[in-house]
Design a protein around this ligand. Structure first.
Ligand SMILES: Cc1ncc(COP(=O)(O)O)c(C=O)c1O
Length: 405
Protein backbone atom coordinates (compact mmCIF):
# COMPACT_ATOMS: atom_id res chain seq x y z
CA UNK A 1 0.00 0.00 0.00
CA UNK A 2 1.58 3.32 -1.03
CA UNK A 3 1.63 6.45 1.13
CA UNK A 4 -1.46 8.38 -0.01
CA UNK A 5 -0.71 11.12 -2.53
CA UNK A 6 -2.86 13.58 -0.60
CA UNK A 7 -2.67 13.77 3.17
CA UNK A 8 -5.78 12.94 5.18
CA UNK A 9 -7.41 14.96 7.94
CA UNK A 10 -7.13 13.93 11.60
CA UNK A 11 -10.88 13.24 12.01
CA UNK A 12 -10.74 10.72 9.15
CA UNK A 13 -7.58 9.13 10.50
CA UNK A 14 -8.97 9.04 14.03
CA UNK A 15 -12.05 7.17 12.80
CA UNK A 16 -9.85 4.79 10.80
CA UNK A 17 -7.73 4.05 13.86
CA UNK A 18 -10.81 3.35 15.95
CA UNK A 19 -12.07 1.03 13.23
CA UNK A 20 -8.69 -0.71 13.10
CA UNK A 21 -8.91 -1.31 16.85
CA UNK A 22 -12.44 -2.69 16.74
CA UNK A 23 -11.38 -6.36 16.83
CA UNK A 24 -8.66 -5.93 19.48
CA UNK A 25 -9.19 -7.60 22.84
CA UNK A 26 -10.48 -5.07 25.34
CA UNK A 27 -7.76 -4.69 27.96
CA UNK A 28 -9.75 -1.83 29.48
CA UNK A 29 -12.37 -4.39 30.47
CA UNK A 30 -9.63 -6.57 31.99
CA UNK A 31 -10.31 -9.39 29.54
CA UNK A 32 -6.65 -10.28 29.24
CA UNK A 33 -3.73 -10.83 31.62
CA UNK A 34 -0.78 -10.23 29.34
CA UNK A 35 0.68 -7.30 27.35
CA UNK A 36 -0.61 -4.39 29.44
CA UNK A 37 -0.10 -2.55 32.72
CA UNK A 38 -2.68 -0.09 33.93
CA UNK A 39 -3.72 1.43 37.23
CA UNK A 40 -6.27 4.18 36.65
CA UNK A 41 -7.28 7.02 34.32
CA UNK A 42 -5.47 9.68 36.32
CA UNK A 43 -2.13 7.86 36.04
CA UNK A 44 -2.75 7.23 32.33
CA UNK A 45 -3.37 10.95 31.81
CA UNK A 46 -0.22 11.95 33.71
CA UNK A 47 1.89 9.56 31.58
CA UNK A 48 0.33 10.72 28.32
CA UNK A 49 0.60 14.45 29.08
CA UNK A 50 4.21 14.14 30.21
CA UNK A 51 5.05 12.08 27.11
CA UNK A 52 3.37 14.68 24.87
CA UNK A 53 5.32 17.51 26.50
CA UNK A 54 8.53 15.88 25.19
CA UNK A 55 7.05 14.29 22.06
CA UNK A 56 9.54 15.87 19.67
CA UNK A 57 12.63 16.04 21.89
CA UNK A 58 15.38 13.55 21.11
CA UNK A 59 17.11 12.21 24.19
CA UNK A 60 20.22 11.58 22.11
CA UNK A 61 20.66 15.34 22.18
CA UNK A 62 21.13 16.05 25.86
CA UNK A 63 23.40 19.01 24.99
CA UNK A 64 20.30 20.62 23.51
CA UNK A 65 17.91 19.24 26.10
CA UNK A 66 19.52 19.41 29.54
CA UNK A 67 16.00 18.94 30.88
CA UNK A 68 16.06 15.34 29.67
CA UNK A 69 19.49 14.72 31.19
CA UNK A 70 18.11 15.95 34.50
CA UNK A 71 14.87 13.96 34.31
CA UNK A 72 16.74 10.82 33.26
CA UNK A 73 19.17 11.27 36.15
CA UNK A 74 16.28 11.61 38.56
CA UNK A 75 14.52 8.49 37.21
CA UNK A 76 17.76 6.50 37.56
CA UNK A 77 18.25 7.94 41.05
CA UNK A 78 14.73 6.94 42.15
CA UNK A 79 15.32 3.44 40.74
CA UNK A 80 18.64 3.09 42.59
CA UNK A 81 17.03 4.18 45.83
CA UNK A 82 14.08 1.82 45.40
CA UNK A 83 16.39 -1.12 44.69
CA UNK A 84 18.66 -0.25 47.63
CA UNK A 85 21.78 0.33 45.58
CA UNK A 86 24.97 1.27 47.43
CA UNK A 87 26.71 4.64 47.23
CA UNK A 88 28.48 5.00 43.87
CA UNK A 89 25.96 2.89 41.90
CA UNK A 90 24.78 4.04 38.48
CA UNK A 91 22.24 3.30 35.81
CA UNK A 92 20.97 3.74 32.28
CA UNK A 93 17.47 4.46 31.00
CA UNK A 94 16.63 2.05 28.17
CA UNK A 95 13.74 1.27 25.85
CA UNK A 96 12.63 -1.88 27.68
CA UNK A 97 13.59 -5.07 29.44
CA UNK A 98 15.14 -6.62 26.35
CA UNK A 99 17.52 -3.71 25.84
CA UNK A 100 18.43 -3.63 29.55
CA UNK A 101 19.25 -7.35 29.46
CA UNK A 102 21.17 -7.02 26.18
CA UNK A 103 23.31 -4.24 27.67
CA UNK A 104 23.90 -6.21 30.88
CA UNK A 105 25.14 -9.23 28.92
CA UNK A 106 27.30 -7.00 26.71
CA UNK A 107 28.84 -5.37 29.78
CA UNK A 108 29.44 -8.76 31.43
CA UNK A 109 31.16 -10.04 28.29
CA UNK A 110 33.30 -6.94 27.93
CA UNK A 111 34.28 -6.91 31.61
CA UNK A 112 35.27 -10.59 31.48
CA UNK A 113 37.15 -9.94 28.24
CA UNK A 114 36.25 -13.43 27.00
CA UNK A 115 35.05 -13.83 23.41
CA UNK A 116 32.65 -16.73 22.83
CA UNK A 117 32.00 -17.18 26.55
CA UNK A 118 28.87 -18.55 28.19
CA UNK A 119 26.04 -17.34 30.42
CA UNK A 120 24.70 -19.69 33.11
CA UNK A 121 21.02 -19.16 33.81
CA UNK A 122 18.06 -20.97 35.38
CA UNK A 123 15.82 -22.45 32.68
CA UNK A 124 12.98 -20.21 33.90
CA UNK A 125 14.92 -17.08 32.85
CA UNK A 126 13.38 -15.00 30.08
CA UNK A 127 14.28 -16.04 26.52
CA UNK A 128 15.57 -12.52 25.97
CA UNK A 129 18.81 -13.79 27.53
CA UNK A 130 19.12 -16.37 24.74
CA UNK A 131 18.43 -13.64 22.22
CA UNK A 132 21.11 -11.43 23.78
CA UNK A 133 23.53 -14.37 23.69
CA UNK A 134 22.71 -14.89 20.03
CA UNK A 135 23.48 -11.26 19.24
CA UNK A 136 26.63 -11.26 21.32
CA UNK A 137 28.20 -14.58 20.33
CA UNK A 138 27.70 -16.08 23.80
CA UNK A 139 26.44 -19.55 24.71
CA UNK A 140 23.37 -19.69 26.98
CA UNK A 141 23.61 -22.58 29.45
CA UNK A 142 20.11 -23.20 30.77
CA UNK A 143 20.14 -25.16 34.02
CA UNK A 144 16.95 -26.93 35.21
CA UNK A 145 15.37 -25.31 38.27
CA UNK A 146 14.68 -27.28 41.46
CA UNK A 147 11.35 -28.68 42.70
CA UNK A 148 10.35 -25.20 43.99
CA UNK A 149 10.87 -23.85 40.47
CA UNK A 150 13.74 -21.61 41.55
CA UNK A 151 17.40 -21.62 40.50
CA UNK A 152 19.32 -24.71 41.59
CA UNK A 153 22.47 -23.02 42.86
CA UNK A 154 24.75 -26.09 43.10
CA UNK A 155 23.71 -27.14 39.59
CA UNK A 156 24.43 -23.63 38.29
CA UNK A 157 27.83 -23.70 40.00
CA UNK A 158 28.54 -27.02 38.28
CA UNK A 159 27.57 -25.55 34.89
CA UNK A 160 30.10 -22.72 35.20
CA UNK A 161 33.60 -22.88 33.81
CA UNK A 162 36.49 -20.54 33.06
CA UNK A 163 34.55 -19.09 30.11
CA UNK A 164 31.44 -18.11 32.12
CA UNK A 165 30.93 -14.36 31.80
CA UNK A 166 27.63 -14.04 33.71
CA UNK A 167 25.20 -15.70 36.07
CA UNK A 168 21.51 -14.80 35.93
CA UNK A 169 18.71 -14.71 38.51
CA UNK A 170 15.08 -13.71 38.00
CA UNK A 171 13.00 -11.73 40.49
CA UNK A 172 10.54 -13.05 39.53
CA UNK A 173 10.73 -15.29 36.46
CA UNK A 174 8.02 -14.81 33.88
CA UNK A 175 6.84 -18.44 33.54
CA UNK A 176 6.01 -19.00 37.25
CA UNK A 177 6.46 -15.74 39.16
CA UNK A 178 9.04 -17.36 41.45
CA UNK A 179 12.04 -15.44 42.80
CA UNK A 180 15.46 -17.10 42.55
CA UNK A 181 17.78 -17.28 45.59
CA UNK A 182 19.61 -14.08 44.72
CA UNK A 183 21.70 -13.97 47.91
CA UNK A 184 23.08 -17.47 47.29
CA UNK A 185 23.76 -16.70 43.64
CA UNK A 186 25.43 -13.46 44.75
CA UNK A 187 27.76 -15.45 46.98
CA UNK A 188 28.55 -17.82 44.10
CA UNK A 189 29.17 -14.92 41.71
CA UNK A 190 31.43 -13.20 44.20
CA UNK A 191 33.40 -16.36 44.94
CA UNK A 192 34.01 -16.93 41.21
CA UNK A 193 34.47 -13.26 40.30
CA UNK A 194 31.55 -13.45 37.84
CA UNK A 195 28.93 -10.84 36.92
CA UNK A 196 25.48 -11.59 38.41
CA UNK A 197 22.53 -9.99 36.66
CA UNK A 198 19.15 -9.98 38.42
CA UNK A 199 16.27 -9.74 35.96
CA UNK A 200 13.67 -7.75 37.86
CA UNK A 201 11.99 -6.51 34.68
CA UNK A 202 8.65 -7.69 36.07
CA UNK A 203 9.41 -7.25 39.76
CA UNK A 204 11.50 -4.09 40.01
CA UNK A 205 8.53 -1.83 40.71
CA UNK A 206 6.38 -4.44 42.45
CA UNK A 207 8.66 -6.56 44.68
CA UNK A 208 9.41 -3.68 47.06
CA UNK A 209 5.70 -3.52 47.87
CA UNK A 210 5.05 -7.25 48.36
CA UNK A 211 5.45 -9.23 51.56
CA UNK A 212 7.33 -12.46 52.04
CA UNK A 213 9.75 -12.41 49.07
CA UNK A 214 13.32 -13.63 49.49
CA UNK A 215 15.98 -10.91 49.27
CA UNK A 216 16.44 -10.00 45.61
CA UNK A 217 17.84 -6.45 45.19
CA UNK A 218 21.30 -4.86 45.58
CA UNK A 219 21.08 -5.27 49.35
CA UNK A 220 20.55 -9.04 48.98
CA UNK A 221 24.27 -9.59 48.40
CA UNK A 222 27.35 -7.61 47.38
CA UNK A 223 27.72 -10.09 44.50
CA UNK A 224 24.67 -8.62 42.69
CA UNK A 225 26.32 -6.68 39.86
CA UNK A 226 23.33 -5.36 37.89
CA UNK A 227 19.54 -5.33 37.93
CA UNK A 228 17.05 -4.68 35.13
CA UNK A 229 13.74 -3.11 36.23
CA UNK A 230 11.04 -2.07 33.78
CA UNK A 231 9.20 1.15 34.49
CA UNK A 232 6.82 0.34 31.62
CA UNK A 233 5.70 -2.82 33.45
CA UNK A 234 4.63 -2.51 37.10
CA UNK A 235 6.16 0.98 37.19
CA UNK A 236 2.99 1.89 35.20
CA UNK A 237 4.83 4.27 32.84
CA UNK A 238 4.23 4.63 29.08
CA UNK A 239 5.97 1.94 27.03
CA UNK A 240 9.64 2.40 26.19
CA UNK A 241 10.95 2.72 29.76
CA UNK A 242 13.30 0.41 31.64
CA UNK A 243 16.37 0.75 33.82
CA UNK A 244 19.66 -1.12 33.78
CA UNK A 245 21.20 -0.40 37.18
CA UNK A 246 24.78 -1.32 38.09
CA UNK A 247 26.39 -1.61 41.53
CA UNK A 248 29.24 0.66 40.49
CA UNK A 249 28.85 3.58 38.06
CA UNK A 250 32.25 2.65 36.59
CA UNK A 251 30.76 -0.60 35.23
CA UNK A 252 28.69 1.41 32.73
CA UNK A 253 31.77 1.85 30.58
CA UNK A 254 31.49 -1.81 29.61
CA UNK A 255 28.31 -1.12 27.63
CA UNK A 256 29.45 2.23 26.25
CA UNK A 257 30.16 2.45 22.54
CA UNK A 258 32.57 5.14 21.43
CA UNK A 259 34.10 5.84 18.05
CA UNK A 260 35.48 8.64 15.89
CA UNK A 261 35.75 6.47 12.75
CA UNK A 262 33.77 8.77 10.43
CA UNK A 263 33.69 12.36 9.24
CA UNK A 264 31.43 13.61 12.07
CA UNK A 265 33.82 13.11 14.97
CA UNK A 266 32.94 11.53 18.32
CA UNK A 267 29.86 9.30 18.59
CA UNK A 268 29.25 7.70 21.97
CA UNK A 269 26.24 5.91 23.48
CA UNK A 270 25.46 3.74 26.49
CA UNK A 271 22.36 2.28 24.82
CA UNK A 272 21.58 0.20 21.74
CA UNK A 273 19.37 3.05 20.52
CA UNK A 274 20.63 6.19 18.83
CA UNK A 275 17.65 8.50 18.74
CA UNK A 276 15.76 8.08 22.00
CA UNK A 277 12.24 9.36 22.71
CA UNK A 278 12.30 12.18 25.24
CA UNK A 279 8.66 11.39 25.97
CA UNK A 280 9.55 8.00 27.45
CA UNK A 281 11.79 9.61 30.06
CA UNK A 282 9.31 12.38 30.86
CA UNK A 283 6.44 9.87 31.06
CA UNK A 284 8.37 7.60 33.43
CA UNK A 285 9.50 10.52 35.58
CA UNK A 286 5.98 11.91 35.87
CA UNK A 287 4.30 8.57 36.61
CA UNK A 288 6.87 7.64 39.28
CA UNK A 289 6.45 11.01 40.98
CA UNK A 290 2.69 10.98 40.57
CA UNK A 291 2.24 7.54 42.12
CA UNK A 292 4.85 7.88 44.82
CA UNK A 293 5.47 5.00 47.20
CA UNK A 294 1.85 5.15 48.31
CA UNK A 295 0.59 4.72 44.76
CA UNK A 296 2.83 1.71 44.18
CA UNK A 297 1.65 0.21 47.47
CA UNK A 298 -1.94 0.67 46.27
CA UNK A 299 -1.07 -1.05 42.97
CA UNK A 300 0.48 -4.01 44.78
CA UNK A 301 -2.47 -4.34 47.17
CA UNK A 302 -4.95 -4.41 44.27
CA UNK A 303 -2.92 -7.03 42.42
CA UNK A 304 -2.70 -9.22 45.50
CA UNK A 305 -6.46 -8.83 46.09
CA UNK A 306 -7.07 -10.00 42.50
CA UNK A 307 -4.69 -12.91 43.01
CA UNK A 308 -6.36 -14.01 46.25
CA UNK A 309 -9.85 -13.93 44.70
CA UNK A 310 -8.87 -15.78 41.53
CA UNK A 311 -6.77 -18.34 43.46
CA UNK A 312 -9.74 -19.02 45.74
CA UNK A 313 -11.95 -19.47 42.66
CA UNK A 314 -9.46 -21.98 41.20
CA UNK A 315 -9.21 -23.86 44.51
CA UNK A 316 -13.01 -24.16 44.59
CA UNK A 317 -13.04 -26.17 41.35
CA UNK A 318 -12.13 -29.82 42.07
CA UNK A 319 -9.30 -30.97 39.84
CA UNK A 320 -7.76 -27.53 39.28
CA UNK A 321 -4.59 -26.46 41.04
CA UNK A 322 -2.86 -23.08 41.23
CA UNK A 323 0.91 -23.48 41.35
CA UNK A 324 2.42 -22.13 44.58
CA UNK A 325 3.37 -18.47 44.46
CA UNK A 326 2.80 -15.04 45.90
CA UNK A 327 3.38 -12.80 42.92
CA UNK A 328 1.41 -11.06 40.18
CA UNK A 329 1.98 -14.16 38.04
CA UNK A 330 -0.51 -16.93 38.71
CA UNK A 331 -0.37 -20.25 36.85
CA UNK A 332 -2.94 -23.01 37.19
CA UNK A 333 -3.42 -26.43 35.68
CA UNK A 334 -5.70 -29.44 35.81
CA UNK A 335 -4.75 -32.58 37.71
CA UNK A 336 -7.85 -34.39 36.50
CA UNK A 337 -7.70 -36.05 33.05
CA UNK A 338 -11.50 -35.64 32.86
CA UNK A 339 -11.06 -31.86 33.08
CA UNK A 340 -8.77 -30.93 30.17
CA UNK A 341 -7.18 -27.54 30.74
CA UNK A 342 -7.14 -26.95 26.97
CA UNK A 343 -10.95 -27.28 26.93
CA UNK A 344 -11.19 -24.80 29.82
CA UNK A 345 -8.96 -22.40 27.91
CA UNK A 346 -11.25 -22.66 24.89
CA UNK A 347 -14.30 -22.12 27.10
CA UNK A 348 -12.76 -18.96 28.57
CA UNK A 349 -11.96 -17.72 25.08
CA UNK A 350 -15.54 -18.31 23.95
CA UNK A 351 -16.56 -16.15 26.92
CA UNK A 352 -14.38 -13.28 25.70
CA UNK A 353 -11.20 -13.75 27.75
CA UNK A 354 -7.83 -13.79 25.99
CA UNK A 355 -6.10 -16.86 27.44
CA UNK A 356 -2.35 -17.06 27.82
CA UNK A 357 -1.41 -20.76 27.72
CA UNK A 358 1.45 -22.27 29.65
CA UNK A 359 3.47 -24.95 27.86
CA UNK A 360 5.07 -26.77 30.79
CA UNK A 361 3.19 -27.84 32.80
CA UNK A 362 0.25 -27.46 30.46
CA UNK A 363 -1.82 -24.73 32.07
CA UNK A 364 -3.10 -21.17 32.03
CA UNK A 365 -0.87 -18.20 32.85
CA UNK A 366 -2.16 -14.93 34.31
CA UNK A 367 -0.03 -11.84 34.81
CA UNK A 368 -2.25 -9.72 37.01
CA UNK A 369 -2.75 -5.97 37.03
CA UNK A 370 -4.64 -3.72 39.46
CA UNK A 371 -7.48 -3.70 36.92
CA UNK A 372 -8.03 -7.42 37.50
CA UNK A 373 -9.23 -6.73 41.05
CA UNK A 374 -12.35 -5.23 39.44
CA UNK A 375 -13.02 -8.23 37.20
CA UNK A 376 -11.82 -11.09 39.41
CA UNK A 377 -15.39 -12.15 40.25
CA UNK A 378 -16.32 -12.18 36.52
CA UNK A 379 -13.22 -14.23 35.75
CA UNK A 380 -13.99 -16.75 38.48
CA UNK A 381 -17.56 -17.09 37.19
CA UNK A 382 -16.34 -17.58 33.61
CA UNK A 383 -13.82 -20.16 34.85
CA UNK A 384 -16.49 -21.97 36.81
CA UNK A 385 -18.75 -22.11 33.72
CA UNK A 386 -15.91 -23.10 31.38
CA UNK A 387 -14.85 -25.88 33.78
CA UNK A 388 -18.41 -27.23 34.06
CA UNK A 389 -18.61 -27.33 30.28
CA UNK A 390 -15.16 -28.89 29.91
CA UNK A 391 -15.69 -31.63 32.49
CA UNK A 392 -15.87 -34.91 30.71
CA UNK A 393 -15.25 -33.27 27.35
CA UNK A 394 -12.43 -34.61 25.25
CA UNK A 395 -9.43 -32.32 25.03
CA UNK A 396 -9.72 -30.19 21.87
CA UNK A 397 -8.62 -32.19 18.84
CA UNK A 398 -6.37 -29.45 17.57
CA UNK A 399 -4.26 -28.12 20.43
CA UNK A 400 -3.34 -24.49 20.27
CA UNK A 401 0.34 -23.97 20.78
CA UNK A 402 1.26 -22.22 24.04
CA UNK A 403 2.77 -18.83 23.23
CA UNK A 404 4.53 -16.62 25.75
CA UNK A 405 3.02 -13.51 24.16
C1 LIG B 1 11.11 -11.41 33.38
C2 LIG B 1 11.18 -10.63 32.09
N1 LIG B 1 12.36 -10.18 31.66
C3 LIG B 1 12.48 -9.48 30.52
C4 LIG B 1 11.39 -9.19 29.73
C5 LIG B 1 11.55 -8.44 28.44
O1 LIG B 1 11.02 -7.15 28.58
P1 LIG B 1 10.53 -6.27 27.32
O2 LIG B 1 9.37 -6.99 26.72
O3 LIG B 1 10.19 -4.96 27.97
O4 LIG B 1 11.66 -6.14 26.38
C6 LIG B 1 10.13 -9.64 30.15
C7 LIG B 1 8.92 -9.36 29.35
O5 LIG B 1 7.84 -9.79 29.66
C8 LIG B 1 10.02 -10.37 31.36
O6 LIG B 1 8.84 -10.85 31.78
Amino acid sequence: MPIPEQGESWPALSAALDAAKARDVSWRRGRMAVFFYWLDEETERVGQEAYRRFWTENNLGQRAFPSLARLEGEVVGMGLHLLRAPEGAGGTFTSGGSESIFLAMLAAREKAGIAGGNVVLPDTAHLTFDRACWYLGLEPRRVPVNADRVADVPAMAAAMDARTVALVASAPCYPFGTVDPVAELGALAQARGTWLHVDACVGGFLNPFLDGLPAWDFAAHAGVTSISADIHKHGMAPKGASLLLVRDEALRRFHRFESRAWARGLYAAHTAQGTRPGGAVAGAWAVMRHLGMQGYRRCAAQIMAARAEIAAGIAAIPGLEALPGTHAILVYRSLDPALPIAAIAEGLERRGWLVSRQAEPEGIHLHLNPLHAEVAADYVQALHDAAAEARGAAAPARRQEARAY
